[in-house]
Structure formats: C-alpha cells, structure tokens
Design a protein around this ligand. Structure first.
Ligand SMILES: [Mn+2]
Length: 349
C-alpha cells in the first residue's frame, strides 16, 4: 500500500456502524437526490442504497425531482441499470426513514417537501442551518464529490460491489472534478484510482460519448450567438430549454473562452430559471457569489469553482427572460466590482 492509498477508516466505520444500527428494523428507506440529478448525486444514492440493502436488509428506494436530461446521464442510467423513481410518483408516508445525498434540506435544489423530516444527510456542499434538524449529518465541504464519501463508506463497511456500481462511482468523481482538475482533494484522487481498475470501460466510453439529438446543437448555437462578454465575465441565456442541465453543460463549455474567467448561464424550464455559475479562479467562492446575485429572487448554492441556482415564479416569455438576464448581469458585475462595463458579443457575424 502506498502512502497515497493508505487512510484511517476507523472514524468512518464507527459513524456508519452507528447510523446503520439506528436504521436497522425501521422499515423502508427513501433516498432523495437533488433535482435534475447529476452523476454525483446518482452515484451517491446508488451506493447508499447498496450499503443499506447489504447491511440492514431493508428495502431502499432512490427518488429524484425534475428530470434526467443530459445525454451522458441518460446513458448512465440505462446502461448501469440505475433504478430510480420520480419523487412525485411515490407516497412519502410509506417511508419511515429519509436520506438525502449531494443536497440538504431547504437548499432549493431538491423537491423533497420542506415540512417533512430528513433523517440522514450526506453531502459536500456548505453546511446549511436546516441540518440542525437532521439526526445524522455527514457534510464534508472540502470533498470534490459525494461519491468519494460513499466510496469510503463502502470501504469502511467492507461491502463488496460489482463493476456497475464501480463505474457509476468512478464516473461521478471523474465528471464532478473534471478528471481531478477542479475542486478535488486527495481523498477524491484516492477513490478515483482505487475504482479505476473495477470500471467497465466500454460502458464508460458510451457514457462519455453519448448520441445526442439535433436540438442539443441548437442549444449550443443559441448560447454561442447570444453570449455577451463583460471584461472577463461571460453571460449567456438559453431562454426556453427542454433539458435544464444544458445550462451547466454550456457553462463548462463557454468557460474555455480564453479571456473569460467567470461564466453565468441561464435557461427556463417548466416555470423555473436554472442558473449555472463557473469560474477558473480558485480565490473565489462561487456559491456565495451566486447567492448574492440571486438575493431576493431565488436560491443558490455551490462549491469553490461551480455553483447552481434557481429562480421560480418568473415569466417564461422572451421579454421577461431578457430583462432577468439584464438584472442578473448588472448584479454580477456589481458583486465583482466592475459595474458598469460595456458588453461585447462572444461572436459577431
Ligand atoms: Mn456533488
């Protein structure tokens, strides 16, 4: 064993022993992901389900809000047989135990009713006050992925798992940290390296290179053509979209523009404006910046270099969305102390 892979799992074993002991015999378990779940929340949920099933024998159901839109995620759910149901399709009273992964109560990015009790939270986003009401809380803000925490749980409990779950966990760490290039720590690298030999690389290839509909390219085209650059900040507006996670995908894509260090993107899906914020600067706190930008309008949260947000109860027509873009741009420039600065289009014909 090299120094890199060595780790004292005793505290994690003790903690997981305790909550598994508490859970044992309490009945059906519900595991909630954040809305429009990404690979990290899906992986964490599937790993927790596996852990609970093996260790307690209790049935566990994974439920999500929103939709699974992104091509990579759809291929992942299909090929890796990820078994999950929409949150609004189940009777919540059937579940005496509720767990939440990669999210926390009251963040605005999950659809679990706020007046209902959550028993266990596993997350790597900044700790929220609402977790004071939660019995079992493991929030490690420094971790790059919740999947890394779940890998450590399985390891500490000596629970074996197959190539499918290994591939899910590996892909989660890979995509969430962009191959250990963004917001990662040694623990993520350790889990990534330990999972690598267990991965089904043919399925992994299919996930990374999914077939996508023509509409996917239309979103790219819209974003590229209406993106505006203000100094080193790029803002784009997708207006109405059919897959909310397109905003995050395009935010990552447009962050590659050489003079750009910050990207804010927005898109409207079923009554909610989805926001994505990305930066290459590691001296900034993306979650806090986006929270200031949406103050009084919506909710936001995130890590150092990536953040997401939601604005509800807003018009979905072109004028309302254009005016919201103006408001958010103005606020972001003020937060970054560079208002006013003229905007120039990313591309000009
Ligand atoms: Mn995550």
């Amino acid at each position: 064993m090299t120094a890199e892979t060595k780790m004292d799992l005793t505290p994690i074993r003790d903690y997981t022993d305790k909550f598994l002991g508490w859970m044992r015999g309490r009945g059906a378990v519900l595991i909630v992901t954040h809305d429009h779940p990404d690979p990290d929340s899906l992986a964490a949920a599937m790993a927790l389900k596996h852990l609970i099933t093996v260790k307690t024998g209790q049935p566990a159901t994974v439920a999500f809000g929103g939709m699974i839109g992104r091509g990579e995620n759809r291929v992942m759910v299909e090929k890796l047989e990820i078994d999950l149901v929409p949150l609004d399709s189940i009777d919540l009273n059937r579940f005496p135990v509720v767990c939440m992964v990669d999210s926390q109560p009251g963040t605005g990015n999950n659809s679990f009713p706020q007046d209902r009790k959550v028993d266990l939270v596993i997350d790597h986003h900044p700790l929220r006050e609402t977790c004071q009401e939660v019995h079992w809380v493991d929030v490690r803000e420094e971790y790059g992925a919740t999947a890394t925490m779940m890998y450590e749980y399985l390891e500490a409990q000596e629970v074996g798992f197959g190539t499918k779950l290994a591939t899910i966990l590996f892909y989660a760490i890979k995509s969430e940290t962009q191959d250990l290039g963004r917001d990662w720590i040694r623990a993520d690298r350790r889990a990534y390296l330990k999972l690598l030999p267990l991965v089904n690389n043919s399925i992994l290839f299919d996930i990374i290179h999914p077939e996508v509909p023509r509409a996917y390219f239309a979103h790219f085209s819209h974003a590229i053509h209406n993106a505006m650059i203000y100094k080193d900040i790029l803002v784009f507006n997708l207006y109405k979209i059919d897959t909310p996670d397109m905003v995050a995908e395009l935010a990552d894509f447009l962050l590659r523009v050489d003079e750009v260090k910050l990207v804010l993107g927005m898109g409207y899906y079923e009554g909610v404006v989805a926001l994505s914020f990305r930066t290459l600067r590691n001296d900034l706190n993306s979650g806090e910046i986006l929270q200031k930008v949406v103050a009084g309008l919506g909710t936001a949260g995130g890590h150092g270099m990536i953040a997401g947000g939601q604005i509800r109860d807003t018009g979905g027509d072109k004028e309302s969305l254009a005016s919201l873009e103006q408001t958010l741009t103005h606020r972001l420039l003020e937060v970054m102390h560079c208002y006013p600065v003229p905007g120039v289009p990313l591309v000009s014909e």
